[in-house]
Write a new protein. Structure first.
Length: 518
């Protein structure tokens, strides 16, 4: 239940969210719900699809962009130089800024910046000499960076691999398959319809709340006026009774008959005035009582409307949350399963891994679009290595000419399936995961634990411990000793993004200060 003190903020959020959702956008236009788009329209050309995955191949020095149907863009890049290497791992876009400048490298320009860690690793336009040359970021050609910036949404997965890996199709992970698929229509359409209903109800509750508060204010004003009139009537009666008492005393002390007659006449007038004052007072009392009761009823109705609005707001937020695909991370290192939605943690629990002392490998599974069978989607998988279960040692840093085009090695789908077969999740986790199987849902399975970069306003971040992390470790060193948290303390923190015209994302996150650096 929302507290009364936060209700005004809730009403403002509802006004924006309802407008966006009821206007047909599908998902309310705030930062938490902007990470994913609707299912792709089959009539949209391949190049116009919404990117769901970027794969950066460090050896090849290139980035490949994929939508739900395959690769749509590819470009050479320049990653981090020796000692400042771009870390291999799993990230997502957490902030976008069209015109950004580094705050630690001579105000260097970083156009079309798409941040993937809060400590300063980002994709952006920059100089490409043909080999790794940045301070840890991934530089892209200006035209390509601008094109990508206009296509991507917050939350797009970015996988940085030692050698370029191409996604491979894979069967839907069993934990994402609902026990009872919804009858008729896909889950996203059903959830969107439910969300529209909840937002409409919330809008109605807000209107009733505003009307009730206005009515209560008017009733309170009228009650106050009636109270003032009552006080004036009481004063008038007191004055009339005092005048009558004075007139009576004058009769008693008049003496001469003519003076007595005058005093009697004055007393009669005073008595009439007092009677009129009593009548007016009785009317004022009745009016004050009526207005007071009306004000009390209006205040009670306003209080009820306040509570109803808070409940409706909670329901609309839940409906919005249901529209967001689940992001699931299973770590062999911690032997835990984590679920996040809208970059917010919603569940954590143990997971059983057969032969837990043996490596699983690291994989990113992504739900692409519906197959036509209720409750099932097309999925692909990216493995961090060509041979996921037996990765070779890191090769020397690339120095030759970058490969502008080409296909990455196919993901190790067999190893991915073998990793899934070793997992057993609890019934509660199964129900939470399969409750809404949506395009954009993802599963990360890894031998690694969650990076300290995982936290406020991020999806899961996983960094490969066996790869050079110069560009990331340098940034972590610079945040040390600043009282900004040590990562996992913020793993379950909450936050909401703010945005400007072409700058999207939170003012901060992950428990770190800003290090917007190339």
């Amino acid at each position: 239940m929302k507290s009364i003190s936060t209700l005004h903020c809730a009403i403002a959020a509802l006004s924006i969210g309802c407008f966006a959702l009821l206007g047909g956008a599908g998902i309310p236009a705030d930062a938490r719900s902007s990470h994913y788009e609707d299912s792709l329209d089959d009539d949209v050309p391949l190049s116009g699809g919404t990117p769901v995955l970027a794969v950066v191949g460090l050896r090849e020095q290139r980035v490949s962009i994929y939508d739900a149907r395959g690769r749509i863009l590819q470009s050479p890049v320049s990653s981090g130089q020796s000692g400042l290497e771009t870390p291999a791992g799993i990230f997502s876009v957490v902030q976008k800024e069209e015109d950004h400048h580094s705050n630690i490298y001579d105000d260097a320009s970083m156009p079309f910046m798409e941040r993937i860690t809060w400590t300063g690793i980002a994709l952006h336009a920059g100089v490409l000499p043909g080999y790794p040359a940045s301070h840890g970021c991934v530089r892209m050609p200006q035209e390509f960076a601008e094109q990508l910036y206009d296509l991507t949404k917050l939350g797009m997965r970015v996988v940085i691999v030692r050698e370029d890996i191409a996604p491979a199709p894979i069967a839907q992970p069993a934990m994402f398959t609902p026990a009872a698929p919804p009858p008729g229509g896909d889950m996203l359409s059903r959830l969107r319809a439910a969300a529209r209903t909840k937002f409409s109800q919330a809008e109605t509750a807000v209107r009733r709340y505003k009307d009730a508060k206005l009515a209560a204010s008017r009733a309170a004003t009228e009650a106050a006026a009636a109270d003032r009139a009552l006080h004036a009537a009481e004063t008038a009666l007191a004055e009339a009774e005092a005048e009558l008492k004075t007139a009576g005393h004058a009769v008693e002390t008049a003496g001469a008959p003519e003076r007595t007659a005058e005093a009697e006449s004055a007393k009669t007038q005073a008595a009439a005035k007092a009677e009129a004052a009593r009548t007016k007072l009785e009317a004022a009392k009745a009016e004050a009582q009526s207005k007071g009761q009306a004000a009390a009823r209006a205040e009670e109705e306003a209080r009820a409307a306040t509570i109803a609005t808070a409940i409706a707001h909670d329901a609309s937020e839940e409906a919005e949350q249901n529209l967001s695909p689940a992001s699931v991370f299973i770590s062999r290192k911690t032997q835990r399963l984590y679920i996040r939605k809208n970059n917010l943690p919603v569940f954590e629990g143990p997971v059983r891994i057969r032969n837990a002392d043996q490596p699983l490998g690291t994989f990113v599974f992504t739900a692409l679009d519906y197959t036509g069978t209720p409750g099932t989607l097309r999925w692909n998988v990216v493995s961090m290595y060509k041979n996921a279960a037996n990765a070779e040692p890191p090769p020397p840093a690339a120095k030759g000419k970058t490969k502008d085009h080409g296909d990455g090695a196919p993901a190790d789908a067999a190893a991915a399936e073998a990793a899934l077969a070793r997992l057993a999740v609890s019934q509660e986790a199964q129900e939470r995961i399969s409750a809404a199987v949506l395009p954009g849902s993802s599963l990360i399975v890894s031998d690694e634990g969650p990076s300290i970069e995982t936290g406020k306003d991020t999806d899961f971040v996983v960094v490969m411990s066996g790869e050079p992390q110069g560009g990331l470790s340098i940034r972590h060193h610079r945040t040390a000793g600043r009282g900004d948290g040590d990562g996992l303390g913020d793993f379950f923190s909450f936050g909401r993004d703010t945005r400007s015209r072409r700058s999207f994302g939170s003012g901060g996150g992950g428990g770190f200060p800003f290090f917007f650096s190339d």
